[in-house]
Design a protein around this ligand. Structure first.
Ligand code: SAM
Length: 237
């Protein structure tokens, strides 16, 4: 059976490229996004009652996969990138249907001038992600206290210390004051769980990495003390 889904809205996220995005929703509680509903789904009545829920399930398309298709087995980063597991035993983006599922925090619902915008936190979503459905998170049904978590029983440790060189520290403070409240904590939370591919975690011959966050480029270095943020500057693309 071929099925056609409608995009009901689009994510605007602080994460502008795939590298550096948390590997699961909720791992970086300070990661913010908005979801703007598209017509005809931007009708206020379609959201009546949603404000009573602290969390939502988002169903979305992995639109940044560049039509790479799927493989029956994948190498989860959690297992160091070596062991292969069946795709259906993982949350890999490369699936027969590129559909993702994230439980995110609902901060508030904004409605004005015919727009409906959901303000979200704890996202693991690329900017521009198309959303195909929203469902309330039901603690009584969705949080199963006795569930076992297979190879991913525990949340990955966000154990790295994150320091800032003086220049990026200053830039970060200015950005935080001007436009991005909470930016410093977002950077720390995003980097402390080590976005590097598993290969580099085991072979640290490359120590500098970078990612786009909001409208700037962030660069950091791995060293014996953990991570040092070495540059924050406006992004040119
Ligand atoms: N929570 C979802 C799930 O379980 O289906 C996604 C988990 S997946 C392991 C998370 C990764 O998907 C992120 O680290 C990011 O690299 C990637 N990602 C997020 N949004 C994406 C998008 N729109 N297109 C392609 N990849 C995306």
């Amino acid at each position: 059976m071929e099925t056609h889904f409608k995009t009901i809205g689009t994510i605007r996220s602080c994460y502008k490229e795939k590298f550096g995005i948390p590997r699961q929703a909720g791992l970086v509680p300070t990661a913010t996004a908005t979801l703007e509903l598209l017509p005809p789904f931007n009708r206020a009545e379609a959201f009546t009652g949603l404000e009573g829920f602290s969390h939502l399930w988002l169903l979305f398309l992995f639109h940044g996969n560049n039509h790479q298709g799927w493989k029956a087995t994948v190498r989860p980063p959690r297992l160091g990138g070596n062991a292969r597991l069946g795709v259906f035993a993982t949350r890999s983006p490369f699936r027969p249907n590129p559909i993702g599922l994230s439980a995110v925090a609902l901060e508030r619902i904004e409605q004005h001038a015919g727009k409906v915008i959901l303000h979200l936190k704890g996202v693991d979503l690329l900017d521009g992600t198309p959303i195909i459905d929203i469902k309330p998170y039901l603690p009584y049904a969705d949080a199963i206290a006795t569930a076992s978590g297979g190879f991913a029983a525990e949340a990955p440790m966000g154990h790295l210390a994150v320091h800032f060189l003086p220049q990026p520290e200053q830039t970060c403070q200015a950005l935080e004051k001007d436009r991005y409240p909470g930016l410093r904590q977002l950077i720390i939370d995003t980097l402390r769980s080590d976005p590097r591919p598993a290969y580099y975690q085991k072979n640290p011959q490359k120590s500098c990495f970078g990612m786009k966050l909001f409208d700037f480029d962030l660069r950091w270095e791995h060293n014996d003390d953990g991570i040092t943020v070495i540059e924050i500057h406006p992004s040119h693309s």
